[in-house]
Design a protein around this ligand. Structure first.
Ligand SMILES: Nc1nc2c(c(=O)[nH]1)N[C@H]1C(S)=C(S)[C@@H](COP(=O)(O)O)O[C@H]1N2
Ligand SMILES: [Mo]
Length: 517
């Protein structure tokens, strides 16, 4: 019997099953997304990978995250916080893709709207970053275009093969494979284009830096068995970056602009810097996020030119009280002008670290190093811009995110050995480090079950570095609490009151427990 459904049901659409199954609709959206991301990545190969939509959105989310959220992420995920961020962004994007597919089982336009919205998020993420330049917009724009048009095209192909005959299946399979391969090639192309800027090659081409004034050798008596090595190797030096990928800049392309409240603006090239008499200084750098007992502190022999010489050439005006330094990745740090001009500190515009040009991860081609200030207010890596300004006018990256505008390093100390929870004999040695950069350490005491023992101090290498200490103890068998406290040259002893790193550095005594038998 022949039934004419049109005659009995004038509007069949709401009752019949949509032409595209859920799985296929979502798959079509996924293909469109991969194509869109790959197109964006390819264009980003020309304009800078940081403009690649996925990376840009990841960086954007990170920059927008309120301070408690980033702190929570760091506490919970530690060094994996960036991976977790990437995965989080991926989950949200795939959620949008699933929605795009599910609302497009009949018509393409609802999914196209979702694609356009995602593309716009990418455009905003790139647009709001000062460091990506106007051309950066082209990458998310390419993604938007490919996403919106690609989705419509794929959707039409899916509808045309909706009967799902053997021929349809083959056609659709070939199509999907084509899109996947195309996306792979475009994505890899972007990666390849970006790596044509061979930063490592540029770094190797720098060769040996000739140092006019080498740092004095660190005497053997500056450290003790069980304490950290005095000079940290480049590989072991702690690392803190806000950027999700290491910024890429060659020595050839690098320029430093000095401007703002100055008598003369300067523009310096890498060659301008290395042609000057280079000095080498042993300096301890510390991160404000370093918790009591933490390892976000290291020491290196930095090579560069005194920052105050560069600023003197520009002529700092009297009204200025802040030096705002900017990185190629958009990170900024604000340091007090009088601190960076202080002759005793030897703040450096550094291009070398432990005998080599700066490693890429530590800021190649150039960075700042200012003794006595936490890195977030001083140690800008991949430095490109020095703005002589005021604290009233401008804020560094971390300041609106809840960290103090001024970040002098607090006097602190750490036990390096034994490890917390270790078992030892009843006679054992405790060793570690103490620091009060630019001030100096006068005394370190080790408390064992509330009796304080004065530690032996290592040679003071200079006022801008940490100082090692050691003490021999003899304790009866059992469990003991061992604490350390340092007294700096102002006579101030570390407080036992614990304060977390935010907003201006942790306080409290590093305390461990050991079992003797
Ligand atoms: N461009 C840029 N510079 C930066 C940072 C950053 O995230 N981006 N982090 C700062 C912080 S918080 C610290 S503690 C030091 C760490 O330098 P390192 O990674 O070489 O140890 O760099 C500073 N300079
Ligand atoms: Mo830091």
């Amino acid at each position: 019997m022949h039934l004419d459904t049109r005659a009995t049901e004038p509007d069949p659409e709401p009752k019949t099953e949509p032409p595209l199954g859920r799985g296929r609709a979502v798959f079509v959206a996924l293909l469109a997304l991969l194509g869109a991301l790959a197109a964006g990545h390819l264009v980003a190969g020309f304009v800078g990978l940081a403009a690649s939509p996925f990376i840009a959105v990841g960086n954007w989310v990170r920059d927008l995250s309120p301070h408690p959220v980033t702190e929570w992420a760091k506490d919970t995920f530690g060094k994996a916080d960036k991976t977790v961020l990437f995965i989080g962004v991926a989950v949200v994007v795939f959620g949008c893709v699933a929605v795009a597919g599910l609302v497009s089982r009949r018509k393409a336009w609802p999914g196209q709207l979702v694609a356009a919205a995602l593309g716009l998020v990418g455009i905003v993420a790139v647009y709001t970053r000062s460091d990506l330049g106007q051309l950066g917009i082209l990458a998310p724009a390419a993604s938007l275009l490919v996403g919106v048009l690609g989705f419509a095209w794929l959707h039409r192909q899916a509808l045309e093969t909706a009967a799902w005959t053997d021929g349809d299946r083959r056609h659709f399979l070939r199509l999907s494979a084509g899109v996947l391969v195309g996306a792979g090639v475009a994505g890899a192309g972007g990666q390849l284009l970006a790596s044509r800027v061979d930063v490592e090659k540029s770094r190797r081409a720098v060769g040996r830096l000739r140092v006019a004034e080498p740092a004095p050798r660190v005497p053997a008596a500056a450290t003790f068995p069980g304490a950290s090595r005095f000079v940290t190797s480049n590989a072991d030096f702690y690392r803190i970056d806000t950027a999700l990928t290491v910024p890429r800049m060659t020595a050839e392309d690098w320029r430093l602009t000095v401007h703002g409240l100055v008598d003369r603006e300067l523009e310096l090239s890498y060659q301008d810097i290395r042609d000057r008499p280079l000095v080498e200084r042993t300096i301890t750098m510390a991160c404000v996020s370093n918790d009591v007992g933490g390892s976000l502190i290291s020491t290196a022999n930095f090579i560069g030119v005194p920052l105050r010489d560069v600023l003197a050439e520009a002529g700092v005006r009297r009204e200025a009280d802040q030096l705002l330094s900017t990185s190629v990745d958009g990170f900024t740090a604000g340091s007090p002008i009088d601190t960076v001009l202080d002759a005793k500190r030897d703040a450096l515009l550094a291009i070398g670290m432990n005998g080599e040009p700066l490693p890429q991860e530590h800021g190649f081609p150039a960075r700042l190093v200012v003794p006595g200030l936490y890195g977030y207010v001083s140690a800008t890596k991949w430095l490109t811009d020095l703005d002589v300004t005021t604290f009233a006018a401008k804020q560094g990256y971390w300041v609106p995110r809840g960290w103090s505008a001024r970040g002098p390093i607090k006097t602190a100390s750490r036990i390096d050995s034994p490890r917390d929870g270790a078992s030892t004999g009843t006679r054992f040695t405790v060793a570690g480090v103490a620091w009060a950069p630019t001030v100096g350490i006068d005394k370190v005491e080790v408390g064992a079950d509330d009796t304080w023992h004065t530690a032996r101090l290592g040679t003071e290498v200079n006022l801008n570095t940490w100082r090692m200490w050691t003490v021999d103890l003899e304790l009866p068998p059992g469990e003991h609490t061992i604490a350390v406290r340092a007294t700096d040259r102002t006579g101030a002893t570390q407080t036992d009151t614990y304060l977390p790193p935010a907003p201006d550095g942790a306080t409290g005594w590093h305390t461990i427990s050991v079992t003797t038998k």
